[in-house]
Design a protein around this ligand. Structure first.
Ligand code: HAM
Length: 428
């Protein structure tokens, strides 16, 4: 039997020439930039378990969402509990916030995570059953500055990565009360055309009519012409908040497009929602998105705290960078490889290897008994800068020849001078 990964999941490898976005050095590069940027904005890391009680997502994400109704990895564990592999981070972070009484440690909490998420969707380029998200959740602040700080954080991260052809799409869903009135108006407008709507939208007309607005079906979009507009139903609070958000985006010179049909696929949003898309990606063009979710903490049994957050797919960020042919720092390579010839040299090299590493010099050694040519070849493949071959003669004289692979130049050094020489060359 040949073992393979399940559909829609993948390995991240030290090096992958066919799918470079799966190279671990790229992931490390992106993750460290994320951590650096999040810290600059005052966000601290939170890590929650991959498994949660299923009920959390039913309450937190919404029964009628695609995620909960079709995409969750849910099973009964050996203790007869229904558990679910986390499909998104927000509900889990709020659960952790409440369970660990974080509200006792100040009134504003700025949290971020880099974590795998699981959704049983049809796999395609940019859509996986296990994907990874960089997400932030800002808890406790209702001011528009909070919305724009988060959008700015994500936009800054993308800009620092050199992502091009980005579009920030923004909308406001208003407060829950004005949305109720809009929902009634939209439903009655679409009721007459019900039979012409796509099958998905027909179901949504009963369960979640707002989602029809962002239907990808061209016929649905046609039928929406002349439909009521959400912003016409705004109360003063919704109008003021959205106005402030747009003003602050202008102030920071973050370009945006108002998309009245942007509703997002999760039930918890109110007021601001946003998405950043890239024309470099195909159908799955959303690099990241989020919004305000002021009622969710209360729904989960906690205090009534306002919140704003976003999630951004790591895979999609890396794939966009690769498509743009951006350049990245290459994977770190060992500085030096030691190739012993004979048993005695092997012992001496093994001690020298240890000393090199104690001096923070990344190094490798040929452990087997391969011929010199083969050992040289694999040192070359590993991308080392120097090679030292040690045989009986070098052992006796304590003189080594340091060969630089790229230039082929050879530098003779006393063994005792080897480490200072390398440290000096590498500036460490
Ligand atoms: P979401 O829009 O479902 O939001 O996911 C956020 C991002 O994760 C997407 O924009 C996309 O880049 C990536 N993503 C989602 N599903 C997949 C998939 N199957 N394969 C690859 N990438 C994917 C949320 O999850 C919310 N929790 C975001 C949020 C945080 N809102 C407030 N706080």
């Amino acid at each position: 039997m040949e073992y393979k990964t399940l559909p829609g999941v993948y390995d991240i490898l030290p090096f992958d020439s066919k799918e470079p976005w799966r190279s671990s050095s790229l992931w490390q590069f992106l993750e460290s930039l994320i951590r650096e940027t999040a810290a600059q904005y005052g966000y601290q890391e939170i890590r929650t378990p991959i498994l949660e009680k299923t009920e959390l997502f039913h309450r937190g994400v919404g029964e009628t969402t695609d995620i909960v109704s079709k995409e969750m990895y849910t099973f009964i564990d050996r203790g007869d509990r229904s558990v679910t592999l986390r499909p998104e981070g927000t509900a889990a972070v709020l659960r952790a916030f409440l369970e660990n009484h974080l509200q006792q440690q100040g009134s504003i909490h700025k949290l971020y995570y880099i974590a795998p998420m699981f959704r049983y969707d049809r796999p395609q380029l940019g859509r996986y059953r296990q994907h990874h998200q960089f997400g932030v959740e800002a808890i406790g602040q209702e001011a528009a500055e909070q919305d724009v700080e988060c959008i700015d954080l994500l936009y800054t991260l993308y800009s620092r990565l050199g992502l091009q052809n980005l579009q920030v799409q923004i909308n406001s869903l208003g407060t829950p009360s004005c949305r109720v009135a809009f929902r009634t108006a939209l439903t009655s407008f679409l009721m007459n055309k019900k039979n012409e709507l796509s099958a998905d939208s027909q179901t949504r007309l009963e369960t979640n009519p707002l989602r029809i607005l962002d239907s990808k079906d061209p016929k649905d979009q046609q039928l929406l012409i002349g439909a009521p507009i959400l912003s016409d139903f705004f109360d003063q609070e919704s109008r003021d908040h959205f106005h402030d958000v747009l003003k602050l985006l202008n102030q920071l010179q973050i370009p945006y497009l108002i998309n009245q049909h942007l509703v997002r696929g999760l039930d918890y949003y109110n007021k601001t929602v946003f998405e950043i898309t890239s024309s470099e990606l195909g159908a799955q063009n959303s690099l990241g998105g989020g919004g305000r979710y002021d009622g969710l903490m209360k729904t989960l049994g906690g205090p009534d705290l306002p919140c704003f957050g976003f999630g951004s797919g790591i895979e999609r960020i890396l794939q966009t960078l690769i498509r743009q042919k951006s350049s990245f720092p290459s994977a770190p390579r060992p500085a030096i490889s030691l190739i012993p010839i004979g048993e005695q040299a092997k012992n001496a090299c093994f001690s020298l290897l240890h000393q090199l590493r104690q001096n923070e010099i990344s190094s490798t050694m040929e452990f087997g008994n391969r011929k010199l040519g083969k050992a040289m070849q694999s040192a070359n493949q590993a991308g080392v800068r120097w090679v030292v071959v040690m045989g009986d003669e070098e052992l006796k004289s304590q003189r080594l020849e340091l060969k630089e692979m790229a230039s082929g130049s050879i530098t003779p050094v006393n063994q005792s001078d080897l480490i200072p020489f390398i440290k000096n060359s590498l500036n460490i």
